[in-house]
Design a protein around this ligand. Structure first.
Ligand code: M6R
Length: 364
């Protein structure tokens, strides 16, 4: 039931502090500040390579996980969308872990890719929200998300729960491979435990984001830009907006803009920039200047330091709390979801049942 919310999607966005905390509880041990994976009966330290396969929003969660697995665990990671992966004859060496990410656990292409990997001798890990699903049943290593039923066709809480599990997995593999010591592990646990409170701080901007929906709703095209793990989040932001508001949107790596998409920029194109402050922020500021010089309208989602450094010239800013880079993609997902939600409401579209889309895609 929707309770006091207008839509399931809105309810699910606001459930994130609770369901992510619930998910993290089964992966983090508060007593010794360590990460523990459920149901594990083989040695993860021997893995040579990870192949991540998923579709849609779950694929973007996988793209973010690639940054974490490489940075923390120093493991090589391949990633592909399931519909491409299964037909491109991928090279799968013995000793590989194939990781599938799915809310429903029934997406036809992802399930077919899983079976392909099993036949090729890979160990199968699955991050899935429906514990009775086909993917859950076929996993060697089952990593459940505890988001509860997700009704809105646009995925929100399942995505951030996937990210929580994937961050825990990356830290666990880093420890197993001797790339992270106890103190660093405890630090990661600490940051993950801060997520629910940071979500609440992000959700507090709901009214403000609703008030800026009119800046985006009339647009025909919207660009989302981000760097590092915020690049897949830019892709996710664009997908969310497309799905529920029917506005054409594209996500780009900030530095890639001048290699093509900048040709699209004019006064009618809002550009949403996802950029927590940090060592690369300066580069993002110059990307924003390139947009502004062509009349583009920048909406900056950053923290107080980033907003101060970016200077004036944005048509709107959304201030996120100052967070550790590890958890930034989870926290920045909230304004991205709220923006898509409020723009769709402003346009009067059917938020929970967008045209042409099904919640679970069980055909190829
Ligand atoms: O159930 P799955 O996570 O496997 O579904 C994958 C995609 O179909 C799904 O994420 C889709 O892109 C959503 N509509 C995104 O909001």
């Amino acid at each position: 039931e929707k309770g006091n919310y207008r839509h399931f999607m809105q309810k699910e966005i606001f459930e994130q502090p609770t369901v992510v905390a619930q998910t993290l509880r089964s992966y983090l041990r508060q007593v010794d500040q360590s990460v523990a994976l459920p149901q594990i009966d083989f040695d993860l330290s021997t893995i040579k390579r990870i192949t991540i396969v998923a579709c849609g929003t779950s694929y973007y969660a996988g793209m973010i996980a690639k940054y974490w697995l490489e940075t923390f665990a120093r493991l090589p990671v391949d990633i592909d969308v399931a519909s491409e992966f299964r037909y491109r004859d991928p090279v799968l060496e013995p000793g590989g872990l194939a990781l599938f990410i799915s809310q429903s656990g029934e997406t036809a292409d992802t399930l077919a890719a899983l079976r392909h990997c099993r036949a090729a001798g890979q160990t199968i890990a699955v991050v899935v929200n429906v514990p009775t699903s086909s993917m859950a049943r076929e996993a060697d290593l089952l990593l459940p998300t505890h988001a509860g039923p997700e009704i809105g066709v646009a995925s929100t809480k399942a995505f951030t729960c996937q990210l929580a599990v994937l961050a825990a997995l990356a830290a666990h593999l880093a420890v197993k491979r001797g790339r992270m010591d106890r103190a660093e592990e405890a630090e990661v646990v600490q940051h993950l435990l801060e997520v629910p409170a940071c979500f609440n701080a992000a959700l507090a901007h709901d009214d403000e984001i609703a008030a800026m929906a009119h800046l985006i709703a009339p647009a025909r095209d919207v660009l989302y830009l981000g760097r590092g793990p915020d690049y897949p989040l830019a892709l996710e932001g664009a997908l969310k907006l497309k799905e529920i508001s029917y506005i054409h949107a594209e996500g780009y790596a900030s530095g890639e803009m001048k290699h093509g998409p900048i040709a699209l920029i004019d006064e009618a194109v809002p550009v949403i920039v996802l950029a927590p402050s940090g060592p690369l922020f300066e580069k993002t500021v110059s990307n924003m200047q390139e947009v502004r010089a062509r009349g583009g309208k920048v909406v900056l989602i950053s923290d107080a330091a980033g907003i101060a450094e970016a200077g004036d010239g944005c048509i709107a800013t959304i201030e996120m709390p100052q967070v550790h880079p590890l958890i930034a993609p989870l926290i920045y997902a909230v304004p991205v979801q709220l923006l898509a939600y409020h723009v769709a409401c402003a346009k009067g579209t059917d938020v929970d049942q967008p045209r042409n889309l099904a919640k679970s895609v069980t055909v190829e």
